[in-house]
Design a binder for this molecule. Structure first.
Ligand code: CP3
Length: 364
């Protein structure tokens, strides 16, 4: 199918956006800023679009709609990054795994918990199964015109497997944890299949124009460090290594919710930027990440992203400003400002805008 591959996106513009320069560790005058889950729920224009396109699959798989939603936070707040409106589950049909997003229940999938089901997973051919992702990213790059960075993203095998084994979202992740002890080889086979396809899918996004890739292992912070080492980190690394091998110029960001106990381990995957949640003090996180990197004998510095508590966007402006600047100063350069997790659905748009403006006005 390689002959049907569209040519890689080539930018018509020479200067890279601030977020890319900061992510590469170049000297910049202020930190770039964007917000996880910025496209969607909290924006009124998005909620209006939901009336016309009621399912998430339509909104994320019709390129014109996905691009419009991706652009809304950039238009409204001038964020330094524009993330593709999509989901970590989006590539799964390409592995032979169907999913749906229900308004109340969230993701719904057919369970994958037998050897037969795992053996039926296939390697993704993104050209065949997600051409809308290629199309959306190309339009997005043309629309934003080098003024902001286009971010691609993927879910990591462990977090994706929580959805597959449970058939949907989970609170305590008991089904996947039972599988870890009852049939670890089955889980490893599933994780390996996911890693192979997700690595391809990440490269596909880069070839379509994504300038940074964020990998989400959102639920890996619920693992003991020992299980993290066995069931999460090696598969994150397979994806990061594939991206680095094929596209060494593309910066990578990794996010785990509740990663406080795992920062050194996450740094040792070799990711370029570690995205912190709000339960870690930025200065302490920075020190630990620096020490872990030094211990690996690697040159340069691992960057950091984050980590304002999304709940602080419900506070008064003075508090938002004070807490935002405190994080910027604790992080120092080599920092991408962001929230510690996704923006909450009820967040006042005015406060999200004020947060972004506060960072845009800051100078090191
Ligand atoms: O929040 C995270 O930890 C980020 C990783 C992640 C995404 N999707 C990325 C995403 C996770 C864990 C998911 C799973 C998922 N998919 C959920 C969470 C359910 C649970 O188990 O708690 C939900 C509700 C979906 C479906 C979904 N994804 C909807 C309905 C939407 C659109 C509106 C919204 O709720 O924000 C999405 C968008 C989405 N999921 C984006 C990303 C990166 C969009 C781009 C952006 O960040 O703006």
């Amino acid at each position: 199918s390689l002959s049907s591959a569209p040519a890689p996106y080539v930018s018509k513009h020479s200067s890279d956006p601030l977020l890319i320069r900061a992510a590469r560790g170049e000297k910049v005058e202020r930190p770039p800023v964007w917000m996880m889950r910025q496209a969607g729920r909290h924006i009124k224009e998005y909620r209006d679009l939901v009336k016309k396109y009621p399912t998430f699959r339509e909104r994320s798989e019709i390129p014109e709609v996905a691009v419009e939603v991706s652009l809304q936070p950039w238009r409204n707040y001038q964020t330094d990054g524009c993330i593709l409106f999509s989901d970590i589950l989006t590539p799964l049909p390409g592995l032979g795994l169907q999913f749906d997003i229900e308004e109340k229940k969230g993701p719904v999938l057919r369970k994958v918990d037998t050897w037969e089901a795992v053996n039926n997973m296939h390697l993704i051919d993104p050209f065949e199964t997600c051409p809308f992702v290629d199309k959306s990213l190309r339009i997005l790059r043309d629309e934003v015109n080098s003024e902001t960075a286009v971010l691609g993203f993927v879910g990591c095998p462990y977090t994706l497997a929580t959805y597959l084994v449970e058939g949907g979202t989970s609170k305590e992740y008991l089904e996947i944890k039972k599988m870890m002890s009852s049939d670890p080889q089955l889980l490893h086979a599933m994780l390996k299949n996911l890693a192979d396809s997700i690595g391809e899918y990440a490269c596909y996004q880069i070839e379509a124009g994504a300038q940074v890739i964020q990998i989400f292992d959102s639920w890996a912070g619920h693992l003991s460090p020992r299980d993290y080492d066995v069931f999460a980190a090696p598969y994150q690394k397979m994806i990061l290594d594939k991206v680095k091998e094929r596209h060494p110029e593309i910066p990578t960001i990794a996010y785990i919710k509740h990663s406080g106990a795992l920062l050194e381990r996450l740094t040792r995957t070799g990711v370029d930027i570690v995205s912190l949640d709000w339960t870690v003090d930025m200065a302490e996180g920075r020190e630990r990440i620096d020490a872990a990197r030094k211990g690996m004998g690697l040159e340069g510095r691992t960057g950091v992203q984050g980590n304002l508590d999304p709940a602080l966007l419900f506070a008064d402006k003075e508090t938002i400003k004070e807490r935002t600047i405190e994080i910027i100063e604790k992080a120092g350069p080599g920092h991408i400002m962001n929230l510690g997790h996704g923006i909450e659905a009820d967040t006042p748009e005015e406060n999200a805008k004020f947060f972004v403006e506060t960072v845009r006005e800051y100078r090191y």
